[in-house]
Design a protein around this ligand. Structure first.
Ligand code: ZN
Length: 453
């Protein structure tokens, strides 16, 4: 291939991606006003297309249908969808090749891996040039709700690696100088003063952040009595669970809205807050979600494990994909008028539970984050490690002023929830390691909890 050819291919790729972005974005502008019936009709049509495609082109699904003596036409509503089995991470690992659509040439596939909650990587495919563009259209649609425009200045505190950080340059600008990317691997007290100054000078309208990173910044600003950033409209938070105490802290210190959404790189479900409410509005255009109980059956409870079918990825269809997340739905209708189903809370990933001596699962939310701890203001960072049932270690980076009474308070509050069903010990450290993608994990759960019923 000559140079001109490759430039043409690249240009076509960009055009293609732009086309995918534009068409998805315009579609969502319209579909958000649809009635519940219109949305349902759309979902069932897309589901039908996806099932036909999977039956014709995806060897794993052909075999799933044949084994059950089913044809795509046997699945015609949301109830009959449960005739198909759940798709688990193990199935994806074991049937990786057979899950790939045979009518996609290699150059139309983009290989992606996710660390997964247990740190065990799982690979799958996006449609090259299309999947990411579509995703961006959905995300832009979410951010539109808090007034984000492409020309707005944005500071970024996610997991990006800043090239020169090792030489002391802890930030860099990209996207026509509109994005200021700050290294989140160097957020020590000594550096944070410079971070705050730099952000203040940059004067962003938005901050994109992992909740854990913006929490560190907000805690530092509160401790030092620093003013919020003048023109900041919202903090856009994704990729990690955000806990109510984090949201409250950041909104108070930065004096702006914290706007968050829920999704994952497997891209079967996406949900975000709206202009008026902090319930997560689930995009019906993105996927079909179900809630299942711990036996794997569809539940009519408002709480369950989230299972979802992607309506957008044909390169590697994810049908009834079992996430590790637990969601609580709300039956309220939102005043914004969208007929989207709502999650009140995403209660935490299954791997974010603690297993007690009596083998009860307790969520981090129930154990810690729904309680008010005086001591939190004296803790810089914290992490819980569970290696065996009934025991946890709490690692703490203390602030000046932290004392044995704080440890007592924590212990007392935990005992409120679990009585003597959990043994707790403390470890005081200078540093808490991040994951490869720079995320902070509140819990290192080394037990495999996904199979505990
Ligand atoms: Zn709403």
């Amino acid at each position: 291939m000559g140079l001109n050819d490759s430039i043409t291919v690249k240009a076509l790729g960009i055009l293609n991606a732009y086309g995918s972005f534009r068409s998805t974005y315009n579609f969502l502008k319209d579909s958000q006003h649809w009635t519940a019936d219109e949305l349902e009709k759309y979902q069932l049509e897309r589901l039908n297309d996806l099932l036909e495609h999977s039956y014709e082109n995806v060897p794993y699904y052909r075999q799933v249908f044949e084994k059950r003596d089913l044809k795509p036409s046997d699945i015609y509503d949301f109830d009959s969808l449960s005739l198909l089995p759940l798709l688990t991470k193990d199935i994806i690992k074991n049937h990786f090749k057979d899950l790939k659509a045979t009518n996609f040439p290699e150059n139309k596939l983009e290989h992606v891996t996710t660390g997964g909650s247990t740190g065990d990587p799982m690979g799958f495919y996006y449609e090259k040039g299309v999947s990411r563009a579509q995703e961006w259209a959905f995300i832009k649609t979410l951010w539109d709700r808090v007034g984000y425009r492409f020309r707005d200045k944005c500071a970024i505190l996610r997991g990006n690696v800043v090239k020169d950080a090792e030489n002391g340059r802890l930030w860099e600008k990209t996207f026509f100088n509109r994005w200021l990317i700050l290294s989140t691997y160097h957020m020590t007290d000594e550096n944070l003063e410079r971070y705050v100054e730099k952000i203040r000078k940059f004067d962003p309208k938005f901050i994109q952040a992992y909740p854990s990173n913006i929490t560190i910044l907000a805690k530092y600003m509160e401790k030092n009595g620093l003013d919020p950033f003048k023109n900041l409209k919202a903090v856009l938070c994704g990729s990690e669970n955000i806990y109510p105490w984090q949201k409250e802290l950041v909104e108070r210190v930065l004096n702006c809205r914290v706007y968050s959404w829920y999704g994952h790189s497997e891209r079967t479900i996406l949900a975000g807050e709206c202009e008026l409410s902090s319930n997560y509005h689930i995009f019906p255009e993105y996927g079909i979600f179900e809630l299942i109980d711990d036996k794997g059956n569809v539940t009519s409870d408002d709480k369950g494990i989230i299972v979802s079918t992607s309506l957008t990825n044909y390169a590697m269809p994810f049908i009834r994909y079992k996430t590790d997340d637990i969601g609580i739905i709300s039956t309220e209708k939102c005043a914004c008028g969208r007929n989207y189903p709502l999650f009140k809370t995403i209660e935490g990933r299954l791997q974010e539970y603690i297993l007690t001596k009596n083998r009860n699962l307790v969520s981090l939310t129930a154990l810690i984050f729904s309680q008010h701890f005086e001591s939190f203001s004296l803790i810089k960072e914290m992490q819980i490690v569970q290696k065996e049932p009934g025991k946890i270690v709490i690692k703490i980076i203390p602030e000046t002023g932290y004392s044995p009474e704080n440890e007592e308070e924590i212990l007392y509050k935990l005992t409120n929830v679990v009585a003597d069903d959990l043994e707790v010990s403390f470890e005081y450290v200078d540093q808490i390691a991040r994951t490869k993608s720079g995320k902070h994990k509140f819990l290192i759960q080394e037990l495999e909890l996904n199979n505990i019923g």
